[in-house]
Write a protein that binds this ligand. Structure first.
Ligand code: SAM
Length: 280
């Protein structure tokens, strides 16, 4: 590692060795236990790092390859982040590839602090929709749901039980930057069932044995908590029992269910709570 060039606010380092201890600890963030321990995660690419910064997320370290074609933009971003307190690591492509585990890595990677929110309280606004996901397993599904929730104007997502990590590289990639715009809350099942009592709107669960066609529900007069089941097992009985309605999306063909992220998108855009009015 080169000498620390300047001291405050963030510091600048030039690193060329994959074996550098700081690079090793950044690479270790590929594992959830290390992300949880440090309360941080990795984000790849100029756009995502910039989105995070503009949405007020705390960026601890910016790692970039000095040879990038976007170097003017990168230098500008690095300068801003440094003022905000981030350390800047100038590395080569080999070091970046070792961090992202890709042959043609994005030229910019950020290490940022995870951001978990508190559960929402007393949401009465009928145009509000929150999503609750039961034990979502697939990071691509979770990232896609975060992106879809953002596009549909959902207020946030509650992750119930043991779920895949929204801060994995795969989930953040699939969220396409929306992870920085959608509040995330996590809860165990007992905590969720207790909190649910205070939810003043309607709770709509989606279920393959749902008794109500999703098109027949009035979503407009109350705020909605949309509860989606696990990819393999669907909603367990205790969560299904806490719903005011169990909605079925009727299907053609041989498939026995929709993909979780698709089903979430169908429900959100059917409700259309925050969509702009149709232009005439
Ligand atoms: N084998 C699972 C089951 O028995 O429920 C399939 C789960 S499905 C892949 C994941 C979740 O998406 C479901 O728990 C439900 O919340 C939602 N979902 C998928 N297709 C649906 C449909 N046609 N109607 C209602 N909900 C659906």
């Amino acid at each position: 590692m080169s000498e620390n060039i300047e001291n405050r606010p963030g510091r600048i380092f030039e690193i060329t060795a994959v074996s550098n201890p700081r690079i090793k600890s950044i690479k270790a963030l590929a594992q959830k236990k290390n992300r949880d321990q440090g309360g941080v995660f990795l984000v790849e690419g100029m756009k995502l790092v910039r989105d995070a910064f503009e949405n007020g997320w705390e960026i601890e370290t910016l790692i970039y390859a000095a040879t990038t074609n976007d170097s003017a933009q990168v230098t500008e971003l690095a300068a801003k982040l440094r003022v905000a307190g981030a350390d800047i690591l100038e590395v080569n492509e080999k070091v970046l590839s070792s961090i992202t585990r890709r042959d043609n890595p994005q030229m910019v990677v950020g290490v940022m602090r995870q951001n978990w929110q508190r559960a929402p309280e007393k949401i009465k606004n009928p145009s509000s929709v929150w999503i609750a996901l039961d034990r979502v397993r697939d990071p691509g599904n979770l990232g896609t749901i975060i992106r879809t929730a953002d596009s549909a104007g959902a207020e946030g997502i509650i992750l119930i039980g043991e779920t895949t990590d929204p801060f994995s590289l795969e989930a953040t990639r699939a969220s396409m930057g929306s992870i920085f715009n959608v509040p995330l809350v996590r809860m165990g099942v007992p905590e969720f069932l207790k909190w649910r009592i205070s939810w003043e709107g309607m709770v709509v669960g989606t279920h393959l044995e749902g008794a109500t066609d999703f098109r027949t529900i009035d979503y407009q007069s109350e705020s909605v908590l949309l509860l989606m089941g696990n990819e393999q097992q669907g909603l367990p009985d205790d969560l299904a029992a806490t719903c005011d309605k169990l909605a079925l999306i009727p299907m053609h063909g041989a498939a026995d269910s929709l993909n979780l992220a698709i089903a979430t998108g169908v429900m959100l855009f059917h409700m259309g709570k925050k969509l702009p009015p149709i232009e005439s």
